[in-house]
Design a protein around this ligand. Structure first.
Ligand SMILES: Nc1ncnc2c1ncn2[C@@H]1O[C@H](COP(=O)(O)OP(=O)(O)O)[C@@H](O)[C@H]1O
Ligand SMILES: [Mg+2]
Length: 337
């Protein structure tokens, strides 16, 4: 059985005056899977989220949730989706339980149902113990969980989360990841935006990278990591004057070209053979007698991904996922070639 495309966008565009926030975005998220929209600050993530959540109308293109066009039937779309974000939209002056019951009331649940549903959500999020306390007394992680809880009260088939872990400490982040994984396992379809490659790697069935409102790459986490080259060798020189020499030394050792970062006196090199590359680099550096401050291999950061994806020649390798069944639309736009 092929999975139903629960979220589809085609040629989605949005400008604020002369500022182009989205420049034609195509996405498909299949039922019961999670797509991570990865992008730096200002890439267009929130704009896309707001369009999907019916809070903002696109200038061009269209979006569907469960086959329903977002602009045509916003009310039905809102019944299908939950939205949680970076800025927890909960009321400080109410308890956690009261916040959830309020939301349940908005969904038309009667008092008893609202209580039961709120209790269920509090338990699921590990907030049952503090449900009676004012939100004002909650930690950042607890607030974020409650915000997610509020979006779960309506049992949404599609959950949209805009940078849910930004600003959370590592322990809270991991906790939220586990909750997200549970929800997807139970069949929720999810679109999550993030600035963290690590997060997308951990959670995503599919990653779409956007930059300046355009999809610049897409695929599974493994496919994306292959494009980046696996790991990154990093050398920091003691003297700024040696950076260029290290670039020359490392040329040919990795799976791509070495890149100099003059500001940090740093050279990075993508590699798929971490140990061999590290040993070979150490040998060359030692023979050259160039003093270095640090040498190591690490997982690629978001910056490394962008470097790899925006390097000369990277464009021709772009794999942009296209909607499998776009359905009917009043507006059609041709997908980018
Ligand atoms: N209400 C707005 N008015 C004007 N420009 C905006 C508005 N919202 C977003 N933008 C601009 O649109 C671009 C994309 O923003 P946004 O979607 O918030 O990106 P992200 O969520 O990835 O950080 C940015 O250049 C941002 O400055
Ligand atoms: Mg944003």
């Amino acid at each position: 059985m092929t999975k139903f495309p629960m979220i589809v966008t085609r040629g989605l565009g949005k400008s604020y005056g002369s500022n182009v926030a989205l420049a034609g975005v195509d996405l498909v998220v299949s039922q019961g899977t999670i797509l991570c929209l990865l992008g730096r600050n200002g890439a267009g993530k929130t704009t896309l989220v707001r369009i999907l959540a019916t809070l903002l109308a696109p200038d061009t293109g269209w979006a569907q949730i469960a086959g329903i066009e977002v602009r045509r039937d916003a009310a039905r779309v809102r019944q299908l989706i939950g939205l949680a974000g970076q800025f927890a939209a909960v009321d400080d002056g109410l308890s956690g339980r009261e916040n959830l019951e309020l939301v349940a009331g908005l969904y038309g649940l009667r008092r008893r149902e609202a209580r039961a549903r709120s209790q269920e959500v509090l338990e699921r999020l590990g907030l049952a113990q503090v449900g009676g306390q004012l939100v004002r007394t909650y930690s950042g992680g607890m607030r974020r969980r409650l915000d997610l809880g509020a979006s779960l009260v309506g049992k949404p088939a599609v959950l949209i989360m805009d940078e849910p872990t930004t600003g959370l400490d590592p322990a809270n982040r991991i906790e939220l990841w586990k909750l997200i994984e549970d929800l997807v396992r139970d069949g929720t379809t999810m679109l999550l935006t993030t600035q963290y490659l690590e997060e997308a790697d951990r959670l995503a069935d599919q990653i779409v990278v956007i930059e300046r409102g355009r999809v610049i790459a897409g695929g599974t986490p493994d496919e994306l990591k292959q494009r980046v080259g696996g790991d990154v060798l990093e050398v920091r020189t003691t003297n700024a004057a040696d950076v260029e020499r290290v670039v020359q030394l490392l040329d040919g050792l990795g799976s791509g070209r070495p890149v100099a970062d003059m500001r940090d006196q740093r050279v990075t090199l993508p590699t798929t053979e971490r140990v061999q590359t590290l040993l070979a680099a150490a040998r060359r550096i030692e023979e050259s007698n160039i003093p270095i401050a640090d040498l190591g291999v690490r997982r690629p950061s978001l910056d490394d991904v962008f470097l790899a994806l925006t390097a000369p020649g990277a464009e021709s390798r772009a794999a942009v996922p296209l909607p499998s069944s776009p359905g009917r639309s009043t507006e059609t736009r041709t997908a980018p070639a």
